[in-house]
Write a protein that binds this ligand. Structure first.
Ligand code: NAD
Length: 380
C-alpha cells in the first residue's frame, strides 16, 4: 500500500463506534486497555459513539468518556478525523453501514456474522476491495494466547499432519423456553441462529488452525418456536415467532485431507461458553476449552509409556502475549484480552498499510460454509 492508504504510518487512528450494547461495551473497554497494555502500539482515539437514539448514544458517550455522540451514523462518514468505523450493531445493519463506510474511504471493523446472509457478506467484501480499505471481523477467539500458540504448534509441524479437528461451541443462554424474544431469534435481523452466532466462530477456528474446508454436510434444528415478547413496561402479554436455528452440527473435510466434526448450540443446557476444540495429529494432539482459556492440553508421546498422556500447559511468559497482560502463568486473562489483541492487530495492519486477518475475505469464506450446512440439511 502507499501513502494514499488512510492512516498509513500513523501512530493514532480515529475511531467511530456504532452500537453501545454488549459488544460496544467490550470494544470500548478494549480500546481503553490497549494503551495501558501496549503503550508503544498503534493506538485508537475513539471520537464518536453512535446508537439508535439520542438517549442511548449520549448515555454511552457520558459513561465511556467519548467526546461526541450521534443517533445518525451517516454523519460519521464525512468526518475526516475518523479512520475506522467499528460496527457493533445487530447484523441486519452491517451491510448498509459497511458499504457506506467503505465508500467514504474508512477502514471497516465489523462484528460477526458480517451480514444476515452470504449475499450481504459478499457485498461487504466486494466494497472493501473496491474502495481499497482494510476490513476486519471480530472472530476474537482466535486471539486467545492458547489458540495462537496452538496454531503455531500446528504450523510448525509439532503434532505432525493434522488428521482430525473437533470443535464445539455450546451455550445455554436460550435453553429455557421462557427466555424473552430478542433480535437474535429473528432471521431478518440476525440471519442464522446458533449457526451464525456461535457457528461462525467455530468455522473460523477450524480454518485458522487447520486450513480451508472443501466438503461440508450438516444439519440445523430449531427447538423453541416462539418466545415471550416483553412490552415497553416489562409486561408479557403475547409471544413472538422464532425463525432461526437453535443448534447445528457439521461433518467436514479439509483441503489437506483432515476430517472434522463441528457443532454448536444456544440451548445446550448446562454449558455456558463452552467453545472447545481438539486437534488430532499424526504425532501429537491439542485440546482447548474457552471456559479454561488459560490452559492448553498438549499430547506429545513420551519415551516412558507410563507417563504418556495429555499435559496441561498453563499459558505464561513463553506463550504469545500472555506475559504482557500478567507476570506469571496461573494468573488468568479473559475474553476482554482477546479483543485487546484483535484491535491491536487491526490498528497495526492499517498503520503498516497491510490489512491484518481475519478480513472480510475470511468472513465470506465462513458465511459460505454456514450456508453449505443449511443446504445439506435434509429437513430444510
Ligand atoms: N465476537 C463476539 O464474541 C460477539 C459476542 C456478542 C455479540 N457479537 C456480535 O456483535 C454484534 C452486536 O451484538 P451485541 O450483543 O452487542 O448486541 P446488543 O443488542 O447488545 O447491541 C446492539 C447495539 O446496536 C444498537 N443499534 C441498533 N440500531 C442501531 C442504529 N440504527 N444505529 C446505531 N446503533 C444501533 C442498539 O441500540 C444496541 O446498543 C452482533 O453482530 C453480534 O453477533 C459478537
Amino acid at each position: 500500500m502507499t501513502d494514499s492508504w488512510r492512516g498509513y504510518g500513523k501512530k493514532t487512528l480515529g475511531v467511530a463506534l456504532i452500537g453501545s450494547g454488549f459488544m460496544g461495551t467490550v470494544h470500548t473497554r478494549a480500546y481503553k486497555a490497549l494503551p495501558l497494555t501496549f503503550p508503544d502500539a498503534v493506538l485508537p482515539d475513539v471520537r464518536v459513539v453512535a446508537d439508535a437514539t439520542d438517549e442511548l448514544a449520549q448515555s454511552a458517550a457520558r459513561r465511556w468518556e467519548i467526546p461526541a455522540w450521534t443517533s445518525d451514523w451517516h454523519s460519521l462518514l464525512d468526518d475526516d478525523s475518523i479512520d475506522i468505523i467499528d460496527i457493533c450493531a445487530p447484523p441486519n445493519l452491517h451491510r448498509e453501514i459497511g458499504l457506506a463506510a467503505a465508500a467514504a474511504g474508512k477502514h471497516v471493523y465489523c462484528e460477526k456474522p458480517l451480514g444476515v446472509n452470504t449475499g450481504e457478506t459478499a457485498d461487504l467484501r466486494e466494497a472493501v476491495h473496491q474502495h481499497q480499505v482494510a476490513s476486519f471481523v471480530g472472530f476474537n477467539y482466535r486471539w486467545a494466547p492458547a489458540t495462537i500458540f496452538a496454531q503455531k504448534l500446528i504450523a510448525e509441524g509439532k503434532i505432525g499432519a493434522v488428521r482430525n479437528f473437533r470443535g464445539a461451541f455450546n451455550s445455554d443462554w436460550a435453553a429455557a423456553a421462557d427466555v424473552p424474544w430478542a433480535w437474535r431469534f429473528a432471521r431478518n435481523i440476525a440471519g442464522h441462529g446458533a449457526l451464525g452466532d456461535v457457528g461462525s466462530h467455530v468455522f473460523d477456528m477450524a480454518r485458522f488452525l487447520v486450513g480451508e474446508i472443501s466438503d461440508v454436510v450438516g444439519y440445523t434444528r430449531q427447538v423453541v418456536f416462539e418466545r415471550p415478547l416483553v412490552g415497553a413496561n416489562g409486561e408479557i402479554t403475547t409471544t413472538r415467532e422464532v425463525d432461526n436455528d437453535d443448534e447445528w452440527a457439521a461433518l467436514v473435510r479439509f483441503e489437506g485431507g483432515a476430517t472434522g466434526l463441528l457443532e454448536g448450540s444456544r440451548v445446550a443446557t448446562g454449558s455456558k461458553t463452552r467453545f472447545a476444540f481438539e486437534v488430532t495429529g499424526s504425532i501429537g494432539s491439542l485440546r482447548w476449552d474457552f471456559e479454561r482459556m488459560n490452559e492448553l492440553e498438549v499430547y506429545l508421546p513420551q519415551q516412558d509409556g507410563a507417563l504418556d498422556g495429555f499435559t496441561r500447559v498453563l499459558m505464561g511468559n513463553p506463550h504469545p502475549f500472555q506475559g504482557v497482560f500478567v507476570p506469571q502463568a496461573g494468573i488468568g486473562i479473559g475474553f476482554l484480552e482477546t479483543k485487546v489483541l484483535e484491535i491491536k492487530a487491526f490498528l497495526e495492519g492499517i498503520s503498516a498499510g497491510e490489512a491484518a486477518a481475519p478480513t472480510f475475505d475470511d468472513g465470506l469464506a465462513v458465511a459460505q460454509l454456514l450456508d453449505r450446512v443449511v443446504a445439506s440439511n435434509p429437513t430444510q
